[in-house]
Design a protein around this ligand. Structure first.
Ligand code: MN
Ligand code: MN
Ligand code: MN
Length: 292
């Protein structure tokens, strides 16, 4: 424990979520928590939405924390869902606003397909219930909750086991846009496109290298080298890949909710000194402003 406490931590975090997507804290609560954990520069990167950015920015100014616009966009690469984080873009850019609308359409489409497939499996229409629960576009957890509320299943796990889990009728893949489409959106809005949590896709090293190569060709500039819950060996390997593919390196916890010590704001190790940090590509803030 003592050894851990004395290890250096990074003061920046460029990947986390609020109630604007699937996080538990409101944007203001998230900023307050980050500040309390010693973070000096934060990007809020909710899934396919910019809805939390204004509130987070406002809260950050009260805390003296440097706030960076962020987003986590879903896309497809070789038929797999990949996440791309956009940092320091212009949130009022018309292309970005259109992009968000189009991502929302994809989610709506998926929700409708889930509902259709579930009715073919003999369930009543659940889309309206799921929508009411989601207060937006529903995903599988909302359908599970709707089933439970109607007494169609005895628990959330049963809903997943029977209807919504991997390979079940309600396990519907979303038709996300291609990788180069989302990197294009971010770049056009003046932002830096960063490949999120490269180890989470469970790709072989050969496939991971292909992904990074394609990502670079598509205009992606950076990759997350430091993520929460990652082994030091993985972090070293991702650092090597960042150098090899001339990617700048980002740091992000992917924080969603309190109570998970392995995924907390302000606890990540700093980037190794031979890497080019992603903030060197930010347009709106200087290194001095970031306190680095
Ligand atoms: Mn999430
Ligand atoms: Mn992700
Ligand atoms: Mn995330």
């Amino acid at each position: 424990m003592q050894i851990k406490d004395s290890q250096p931590v990074s003061r920046v975090d460029f990947h986390c979520h609020s109630t604007a997507s699937d996080g538990l804290l409101t944007p203001s609560e998230l900023v307050a928590r980050a500040e309390g954990e010693g973070v000096t520069a934060l990007a809020l990167t909710d899934h396919d939405t910019m809805a939390g950015l204004a509130e987070a920015r406002e809260a950050a100014s009260g805390h003296g924390l440097v706030f960076i616009n962020g987003i986590e966009l879903s896309c497809l690469w070789r038929n797999r869902t990949i996440h791309v984080v956009g940092l320091d873009f212009d949130a009022s850019h018309p292309g970005m606003i259109e992009a968000i609308n189009s991502q929302e359409q994809v989610r709506h489409e998926r929700a409708r397909t889930i509902d259709e497939k579930l009715s073919r499996a003999g369930l009543p229409p659940l889309l309206d219930d799921a929508r009411a629960l989601a207060k937006g576009v529903p995903g599988r957890p909302h359908f599970a909750r709707a089933m439970l509320d109607r007494g169609l299943v005895s628990g959330i796990d049963m809903a997943f086991r029977r209807y919504l889990g991997d390979g079940r009728k309600g396990d519907v893949k979303a038709c996300w846009p291609a990788l180069e489409t989302v990197t294009g959106w971010i770049t056009a809005a003046g932002g830096v496109a960063v490949l999120a949590h490269p180890r989470k896709y469970r790709l072989t090293n050969v496939k991971l290298r292909s992904l990074i190569e394609d990502f670079r060709t598509a205009g992606g500039k950076g990759m997350e080298v430091v993520s929460a819950g990652q082994s030091p060996a993985d972090t070293r390997y991702l650092g090597e890949l960042a150098l090899r593919f001339d990617c700048c390196a980002s740091i992000g916890s992917d924080f969603h909710l309190p109570g998970q010590p392995w995924c907390e704001l302000g606890r990540l190790p700093p980037l190794s000194g031979d890497l080019t940090p992603v903030w060197q590509r930010f347009r709106t803030v200087t290194r001095q402003q970031l306190g680095l």
